[in-house]
Write a protein that binds this ligand. Sequence first.
Ligand SMILES: [Zn+2]
Length: 311
Amino acid sequence: MYFDCESAMPSYNRLMKNAFKLLLLTTIGISACTAQTSPNQATIEPLSSAEISIYDQIAPPISEHMKSPSILVFSKTREWRHEDGIAGAHMHMIRLARKMGYGTFSTENGAVFNKDDLAKFSIVVMNNFTGDGLSPQQEAVLENWVKEGGGLLALHGSGDSSHKDWPWYSDEVIGPTFVSHPMDPQLQEARVEMLAPNHPIAKKIPAEWRAIEEWYTFDSVPNENFTVIAGIDESTYSPVNNVYGDVSDLRMGEGAENHPIIWSRCIGKGRTFYSAIGHMETAYDNPVYQQLLENAARWVAHETDKDGKGC
Ligand SMILES: [Zn+2]
């Protein structure tokens, strides 16, 4: 269920509608808005007052002049905030969208995940999204949008362990659970190996390449529902956490196939992609990674692989 007052205010522009909604929410309560229920959300409980203070309730205004197709870049954080990584991904996605002929809309407002607004986008980028930032209603809208054919790109911190409140996202989109990353040194160069060379996301990508990153370690490799696109060779960097003391040995195993770092999946009619790369703004300067992200964006948007062989 989500709240929408547009049907009650047909002559106002979006900004005025949102101001009206805010007034309603703060003075006479959310029950004044029209409660709309979509079929897949019928069992979701109404938000408590505590939840209303956490989750965004009023969708950001989206220009009617926004290009179509378009990419939504979402970078809300309620846990660790990657200022550099968010800025780097944000700048890069704007550049990539221009190259692809797409528009972009960037926000940290989770209320953008309503059915009407999400229908305006072909790709959603979870840009270092952390923590419990979406209401159950907003989560259900995004899940349904993916299943109906949407393309989701999740970057770096978006795959940390802070999303356990949202099992569909943490289990079905991300998969393995983040454990930790090396410290001292935190950023290291490592050899990346492509593990699905015939996948559309691997097009024009060399079989091996190098990147400087804060390399994530996960508790397992992705299960059989995922396609592992790339992994890293642990012998080319020091997979040790020397600082926090809780976990020191971050090895997952010899061979890149035992330490996946990028993977994809098809869910319903939709396609998802996760890359653990992107701690620093400079991650997006790597031309190989730029090409890989373009391949991923075109793949999740169904521009390539129309018959779904990459699923
Ligand atoms: Zn990071």
